[in-house]
Design a protein around this ligand. Structure first.
Ligand code: SAH
Length: 389
């Protein structure tokens, strides 16, 4: 087997189970290519871990095992999938939810691979060419461990030769309707990079519905298919969904429809968030709860937007149209924008504006998105309910 030798002094990090191998920590390696499994060794040549080459987040690849005798074969994946499934036992037995993550990359032992379950329809996401090379073994293991109706896949790495989509099983007619905490959502596993619902926000949606929606005017910015609006609608006085993409209107209307809510009773705007801020301000419209869940980067007209650089502007805009004692739900899923930085941007922006506030809830990933204890970026989701006073 090929080896990669660490620089002297770097062994501690990997002996402590840091899962992503940083190229800069390596002293030398045997011409590793994106097909290879290799042994990570200390400068003295002693074994630390078995890893695969898959370029992601500036890393060379991910650790698979700390057992020198372990083969990376179908039963290796079977064991991990069985373990992951056992840990999701809760989701198989609760009522009102049939969509959740089955396998969460490095959190469950294989960086670069996720598997989601949408009511029996599985979605595999491949995050590097390297992990995609294990496709045959991984499919074998999935067949052995999971019950499913169909399997779909998405390629989340550049320069792939195959487009993804249907893999096997009984193909449903999309959209399928899934259920999460007794709310219904349309999902399409075979249309672009997004499915219609971000499963990682399930706890945050529930929190919004249960604590920050009742009798309120709720504004949902960057609303996509309207998931936050739909979950809030039964409790809320009104919901308003704002998204730049044309098709968000129809997708949002359909999500209201499958929950027995007449979309005509809700407000939907196809508009840039900052334009909407100006529009609402001009018309003196205010909201009791404002949800801000933007993409990490966006481009509109001539402007570019990045959450790290521009989150303060999103908060400032919201402050102009929030009702007294209102709530802001501020989210980011950018892994390089840490919780600490995010909190500090929020605090600074609100302090500069002279606003009195408290963090009512600081939330992260739900438990089906199992994270890695020694790899901070795996806790990428930050969702903070800020209560204004
Ligand atoms: N909050 C959503 C997910 C957001 S996905 C949810 O809970 O499901 C990001 C969305 O932001 C996309 O639908 C995209 O069309 C929209 N978007 C990007 N730039 C925007 C802008 N400047 N104003 C409004 N929407 C924007």
């Amino acid at each position: 087997m090929k080896t990669a030798t660490l620089n002297k002094g770097k062994e501690k990090k990997y002996l402590n189970h840091y899962p992503l191998i940083d190229q800069a920590d390596l002293y030398a390696h045997d011409h590793l290519k994106e097909v290879d499994i290799f042994q990570l060794v200390t400068d003295a040549g002693s074994y630390i871990a078995t890893a695969y080459v898959g370029h992601q987040h500036k890393g060379l690849g991910w650790v698979l095992s700390y057992d020198q005798t372990e083969d990376i074969n179908a039963s290796f994946f079977v064991n991990l999938f069985e373990e992951a499934q056992a840990e999701r036992d809760y989701f198989y037995h609760i009522e009102g939810t049939n969509a959740f993550r089955l396998f969460n990359a490095e959190g469950d032992g294989v960086g670069g691979l996720t598997i989601d379950n949408y009511d029996g329809h599985l979605l595999i996401q491949w995050y590097s060419k390297g992990i995609y090379k294990f496709r045959y073994l991984i499919l074998q293991a999935i067949r052995q461990v999971f019950d499913y109706t169909s399997i779909y896949e998405k390629m989340r790495f550049p320069n792939h030769t195959h487009e993804g989509g249907f893999v096997e099983g009984d193909a449903p007619e999309f959209p399928i309707i899934i259920e999460e905490n007794f709310t219904f959502y349309n999902v399409n596993l075979d249309d672009g990079m997004m499915t219609g619902l971000f499963l990682d926000q399930k706890d945050v949606r529930k929190k919004l519905r249960d604590h920050f929606a009742s009798q309120r005017d709720v504004l949902n910015l960057f609303s996509y298919t309207g998931a936050f609006s739909v979950v809030a609608a039964n409790e809320a006085k009104t919901t308003t969904s704002v998204d730049l993409a044309n098709r968000s209107r129809e997708l949002t209307e359909e999500n209201f429809g499958i929950n027995g809510i007449d979309p005509e009773t809700q407000y939907i705007y196809v508009m840039d968030t900052f334009d909407y801020y100006r529009y609402a301000e001009r018309h003196g419209i205010t909201y009791d709860t404002i949800v801000i869940d933007p993409p990490s980067f966006a481009r509109n007209k001539k402007k570019t937007f990045s959450v790290q650089k521009d989150y303060d502007k999103l908060i400032e805009g919201a402050l102009n149209i929030v009702a007294p004692q209102g709530t802001l739900l501020l989210c980011t899923n950018h892994s390089e924008f840490t919780k600490k930085q995010f909190k500090s941007v929020i605090k600074q922006t609100l302090n500069n504006a002279g606003v009195d506030f408290e963090f009512a809830e600081v939330m992260g990933l739900p438990k089906d998105f199992k994270t890695h204890p020694h790899y901070k970026p795996s806790k990428y989701l930050k969702a903070i309910f800020v209560q204004l006073k």
